[in-house]
Design a binder for this molecule. Structure first.
Ligand code: F0G
Length: 367
């Protein structure tokens, strides 16, 4: 039986590794591409969800982290550092443990989901809550790596982008060609840059260290990125000083991969737009209650964007559309316990007997 070997071994001929590379992996990638029945029925297109919450630490960050940690080990690093809105810190902490390196993470104080904080602590990272936002944390992490003996594993490290581009490869391998439209959330903008790199490399004969690999796909998707309305620098056209959104994963005002994200948008003939927190929570509810897929709020920005474009009659029918949902719902589960009108969900209490349970469920006796 074949076991998925992680993105580096599965795509070694398209990544900057050699036979001698000591691969740091937790078996990331190989995530499900789930057909979204209700979104497909709504739009008249084939809509798929790339469910990245199924990675080892529950987010897409693991694809980049296997490469970044492998590069850190190759460079002889003893310690790694990252800034994070939560998922990168969880992933860095886990992969540093696997590599035998120490890990420091800088997070914005009070603004990361409890599940992610727990992961970083569980894996033994030194977690520092900075009195500032993600953009402040990233600036400190970059300066730290410049002047001190620590290896930076944020997506400004090109190894991260290399690893993350494998998600595009997997989608083409599963569908037989690139989708017509690819939709994803945008925060620090590493992921949209990575997907575009992956799609481009698969659409043409591409030279890697070991030689030329032939094209796999016949076309390129149009890239649709969505930011949270309170943290939408690409929509504003300039960095945002005080980003705000309930989707803490993408609460970012000064994206590091600015130019490559703009290139992905423009070269693909795509767009980067914003969705409100209400639209994000509505998409979060849609995914869990209609499709059976539980994601964290930031992940739902892609589907919120698709629903917004559908409402504006701007989603074509008869096409193939992939929405990346970036992180698992269990990272930040509290949002499921709120109804549409904002009230708390109280699970019903029932006495310890079958008739009471049947009555509560509205069931009629069968015999
Ligand atoms: N979705 C989730 C769940 C994320 O955690 C992030 C980024 C994004 C989307 C946006 O991806 O930054 O590549 O545009 N999280 C980073 C972190 C910033 O620190 O975990 P991006």
């Amino acid at each position: 039986a074949h076991q998925w070997r992680g993105v580096i071994r599965e795509y070694a001929d398209r990544l900057p590794v050699t036979e001698e590379t000591r691969v740091i992996t937790l078996g990331e990638g190989g995530t499900p591409l789930v057909r979204a029945e209700k979104l497909s029925a709504l739009t008249g297109s084939e809509v798929y969800l790339k469910v990245e919450g199924m990675n080892p630490t529950g987010s897409f960050k693991d694809r980049g982290m296997t490469m970044a940690m492998t590069a850190a080990v190759e460079a002889g690093a003893k310690a790694v550092v990252c800034a994070s809105t939560g998922n990168t810190s969880a992933s860095a902490a886990a992969y540093a443990t696997a590599a035998g390196l120490t890990c420091a993470v800088l997070v914005p104080e009070g603004k990361i989901a409890l599940g992610k904080l727990s992961q970083a602590i569980a894996h033994g990272a030194t977690l520092l809550q900075v009195d500032g936002n993600f953009d402040d944390c990233l600036e400190i992490a970059r300066k730290l790596a410049e002047s001190y003996p620590v290896f930076l594993v944020n997506s400004v490290n090109p190894a991260r982008i290399e690893g993350q581009k494998t998600a595009a490869f997997e989608i083409v391998d599963a569908l037989g060609d690139a989708p017509d439209i690819h939709v994803l959330p945008v925060g620090n903008a590493g992921n949209i840059s990575a997907y575009w790199k992956g799609y481009r490399e698969y659409a043409q004969d591409t030279e890697y260290g070991s030689g030329v690999r032939p094209a796999v796909s016949t076309k390129l998707p149009v890239m649709w990125g969505f930011q949270a309305a309170g943290a939408a620098p690409f929509v504003a056209g300039h960095p945002v000083t005080h980003p705000e959104t309930i989707a803490t994963a993408i609460r970012i005002g000064n994206p590091a991969s600015w130019d490559t994200a703009i290139a992905a948008r423009d070269e693909s003939g795509g767009l980067i737009d914003a969705v409100t927190d209400e639209e994000i929570l509505a998409a979060h509810r849609w995914l869990s209650s209609k499709e059976g897929v539980f994601v964290e709020p930031g992940s739902a920005a892609s589907v919120a964007g698709l629903l917004k474009k559908h409402a504006a009659d701007e989603v074509p029918s008869g096409r193939t559309i992939v929405c990346t949902v970036t992180g698992h719902g269990l990272k930040d589960p509290q949002w499921a316990l709120r109804t549409e009108d904002g009230s708390e969900v109280e699970p019903v209490k029932v006495s310890n007997d079958v008739v009471s349970v049947a009555v509560e469920l509205g069931l009629d006796h069968t015999a």
